[in-house]
Design a protein around this ligand. Structure first.
Ligand SMILES: Cc1cc2nc3c(=O)[nH]c(=O)nc-3n(C[C@H](O)[C@H](O)[C@H](O)COP(=O)(O)O)c2cc1C
Length: 398
């Protein structure tokens, strides 16, 4: 037997090498960082409505109900989706300290924002095109919100015009706006929204130029909501290779222009630094939403939970601080409240509920997260939101 054959005999077989690699990957902390259930993974069959136990149960049903393009539009984050996953990882880095001693039945989650009483600090984040998820669309989502006493922020990109949603709305209603560079369309949109009852205006400033690679790689053709066709390079764009220049013009002075158009409180959504929050306050903003758009804005940015305290410190109680991005469980909500948030908004969680079972599904999602919040508060030994403080958590952010 020649030398090279000897080496081959003694060397690791392909099978061994692969099995070694698999064990290495399985033990890798990278894989273990994300321990949430995943779509279809833990299920051997589809669960029925009465079997829904936590928010993750809704995702596979939603996924099975809609075209892949619609599922991907909800699921994806920007580019490598680092921030998308970090939003969930961040909850692993905050420990809850269980002191107990509180009867869950005695727990009070009520609060107040901008003079409006709310039974819970859990709200609905603005998310686009809800009729793609279920025919109930934003009308069903808003009814679910009303039934559960939840405040809903209606997206600028809703399937139905805000005025139509407002006509059927009984519960609280906020309006979110992506500002246009020309101020006249902003004036009209904000005027119309306030006329039909918008109680606050949320101005989203973080999604300046995002790019979802999943759409391209799966090559969704036809069908809603995002028809991805081959786009020719645009020679005049700052980056001609598919990077949108849509909102790259945003500057802080935008708030100077929009403030006089708002008779109701105006919030800035997409704040991730203390400095950004201070700039908003200098320009008359009445509240901030700490958000990275659910990992759909700038990839490789931090999770919103990690930067929450910095923003809370900068704001120093002058205006309410809300947060979203990655919230799925009541314990997630409690962690944010302990780190100083006044309210927490659910994005994808509410879309999974609506997409799985329509209005009833969205309602059940809200009921579940609220029940989980009460349970987590009982474990932590806090009977009301006023009793929640930094002492019930320990942070281990990297
Ligand atoms: C499918 C989808 C559509 C969204 N549309 C909007 C929108 O129209 N306006 C907006 O301000 N934010 C939008 N967002 C961001 C949400 O308001 C929120 O910041 C994000 O969903 C929070 O992260 P989560 O989905 O992990 O909860 C959207 C998010 C998703 C997932």
């Amino acid at each position: 037997m020649g030398k090279s054959e000897q080496r081959w005999r003694r060397g690791m077989s392909r099978r061994k090498a692969l099995s070694g690699l698999a064990s290495f990957m399985a033990a890798s902390p990278l894989l273990h960082a994300q321990r949430d259930p995943w779509p279809l993974g833990p299920h051997r069959r589809f669960l029925g409505f009465d079997e829904m136990r936590d928010v993750f149960d809704f995702e596979p049903i939603f996924r099975a109900n809609v075209p892949l393009a619609v599922y991907d539009y909800t699921a994806h984050g920007t580019e490598s989706e680092f921030t998308l996953y970090r939003n969930r990882d961040a909850f692993d880095w905050v420990e809850l300290i269980g002191r107990g001693g509180v009867d869950p039945a005695a727990i009070d989650t009520s609060t107040e924002l901008f003079g409006h009483a709310m039974p819970s600090p859990i709200m609905l984040a603005p998310t686009a095109r809800q009729r793609d998820l279920h025919p109930d669309g934003e009308l069903g989502m808003h009814r679910a919100a009303t039934t559960t006493g939840t405040t809903m922020i209606v997206s600028n990109a809703s399937s139905l015009p805000f005025t139509r949603i407002a006509r059927g709305a009984e519960g609280p209603l906020w309006f979110q706006r992506y500002a246009t560079r020309e101020m006249e369309p902003n004036r009209v949109a904000l005027g119309d929204a306030q006329e039909v009852g918008a109680q606050t205006i949320v101005v989203t400033i973080d999604q300046q130029a995002s790019y979802y690679e999943r759409d391209l790689h799966v090559r969704h053709t036809g069908g809603a909501p995002r028809r991805v066709t081959r786009r020719e390079p645009q020679p005049d764009a700052p980056n001609p290779y598919r990077v949108s220049a849509g909102r790259l013009w945003y500057e802080w002075s935008l708030f100077d222009d929009l403030r006089p158009m708002c008779e109701v409180p105006m919030l800035a959504k997409g704040i991730l630094t203390g400095d950004g929050a201070k700039k908003c306050l200098e320009r008359g903003v009445d509240g901030v939403i700490v958000s990275n758009h659910g990992g759909r804005a700038l990839d490789y940015g931090p999770s919103s939970l990690e930067v929450l305290e910095e923003v809370v410190e900068a704001v120093a109680g002058r205006v309410p601080v809300l947060i979203d991005s990655g919230f799925r469980r009541g314990s997630d909500v409690l962690k944010a409240l302990a780190l100083g948030a006044d309210a927490v908004c659910l994005g994808r969680a509410s879309r999974w509920g609506l997409g799985a079972f329509g209005e009833e599904g969205a309602q059940r999602v809200l009921e579940i997260v609220n029940a989980e919040l009460r349970q987590a508060m009982a474990f932590a030994g806090v009977a009301s939101l006023a009793e929640i403080d930094r002492s019930i958590v320990k942070t281990n952010f990297p």
